[in-house]
Design a protein around this ligand. Structure first.
Ligand SMILES: Cc1ncc(COP(=O)(O)O)c(C=O)c1O
Length: 387
């Protein structure tokens, strides 16, 4: 994607500056939003760098450069949503391919795999990717990709990226990591050996719950070219307006991640000690079964905390009582969002399948925001008192 004078600066500096040169014509500090579908060709037969915005647009390019720099990638391809990014990554494969993936996955990813892409001849197999041996055991001649979320949504299970990358590299298949929960601030899977990283930028990268988007990043030029071609051909590219909003949001990614990490640790500790809470899932707790791996492969523990109450009725009483926390799907925004995976984000997974995966009726998920921690704790405590 070309070099930038900020390439060797720190994360927060790159988040603010890469791809963000002031506008040379007006001096505007913030690069303009190029809200245009097409670009004039000043001379017949000699189009400029940009031709048509479905293929490429300067506002989108600026964001792709910025996010690629944060993830340590040479290429970034921005999509209209996280799901569009996932869909395009799977389109790198041919019918007949077998994909080994995490048994705990965002419900929409599962729906895309099972209700759309399976019909095109891709076979998805769900295993506990936190155990490398189960990946090995599931391996077939047709295995063409390992696709993991780490930590998983919503059970916060980790996959050892470096260990799985060793396996996939040896067998010459792609390892794809959905890095949405950690953001590049806390985890950079390409540095650990993954070939492709994707994000729902809707979450932490944008951070303000006001846009939908996705991005795929890689150091593989051929995959990047193919993904760009797919995005252009199917029309899955991110709109310039959304790119501009996401760019504005990402400038504070480091600040926001630092803050949610501090608050989520405190929230997880409070929940762990609360008599109404049966179990807490947070990789920052020493009681998390993969706490050591979390310390090794992540630079923080993030803002996502899941926990179990006794049953559905307890969850209902709790969710109806919260006041500072907002009951809504999604995550990664400045406001604390709280949800019930079984009936909301993961409702598209059949009940029996969902329960077999450990997503019980009493499970609640919090995306800790940047509000005052004392207000969050007080709100959660008063809502738990209603349980
Ligand atoms: C981990 C994860 N990956 C992907 C997605 C899909 O992203 P989007 O909603 O931007 O399509 C989500 C959405 O919640 C998610 O949580």
């Amino acid at each position: 994607m070309g070099s930038d004078k900020f390439d060797h600066t720190g994360f927060a500096t790159r988040a603010v500056h890469v791809g963000q040169d002031p506008d040379p014509t007006t001096g505007a500090v913030i690069p303009p939003l190029h809200a245009t579908s097409t670009f004039v060709q000043f001379e017949f037969g000699k189009p400029g760098e940009y031709i048509y915005s479905r293929s490429a647009n300067p506002t989108r390019t600026a964001l792709e450069r910025n996010l690629a720099s944060l993830e340590g990638a040479s290429h970034g391809i921005a999509f209209a949503s996280g799901c569009a990014a996932t869909d395009s990554v799977i389109r790198l494969l041919a019918p007949g391919a077998h994909v080994i993936t995490s048994s705990d996955l965002y419900g929409g990813t599962y729906r895309l795999f099972e209700q759309v892409l399976r019909d095109f001849g891709i076979d998805f197999e769900y295993v506990e990717t936190s155990d490398v041996a189960t990946i090995q055991a599931a391996w077939r001649d047709e295995t063409a990709m390992v696709y993991v979320e780490t930590p998983t949504n919503p059970l916060m299970a980790l996959t050892d990226i470096a260990a799985v990358a060793e396996l996939t590299r040896e067998r010459q298949v792609r390892l794809v990591v959905d890095n949405t929960f950690m953001s590049p601030y806390f985890q950079r899977p390409l540095e650990l050996g993954a070939e492709l990283v994707l994000h729902s930028t809707t979450k932490y990268i944008n951070g303000h719950s006001d846009s939908i988007g996705g991005i795929v990043m890689t150091n593989d030029g051929a995959d990047a070219e193919r993904l760009r071609f797919i995005a252009k051909s199917v029309g899955a590219a991110l709109s310039p307006f959304e790119a501009w909003l996401i760019q504005r949001g990402v400038k504070t990614l480091a600040l926001r991640m630092e803050r949610v990490d501090i608050s989520a640790r405190a929230v997880a500790e409070m929940l762990q000690q609360h008599p109404s809470v049966e179990r807490v899932y947070y990789p920052g707790l020493p009681s998390h079964p993969q706490h050591e791996l979390a310390k090794r492969q992540m630079h923080g523990f993030g803002g996502m905390v899941s926990f179990e109450l006794a049953d559905f009725d307890a969850v209902k009483r709790f969710l109806d009582a919260v006041q500072v926390c907002t009951l809504a799907e999604s995550l990664g925004g400045v406001e604390t969002l709280i949800s019930h995976p079984a009936s909301m984000t993961h409702a598209s997974i059949p009940k029996a399948e969902r329960e077999a995966r450990g997503i019980k009726e009493g499970l609640t998920r919090i995306s800790v925001g940047v509000e005052d921690l004392a207000d969050l704790i007080a709100d959660l405590e008063q809502a738990l008192a209603c349980v």
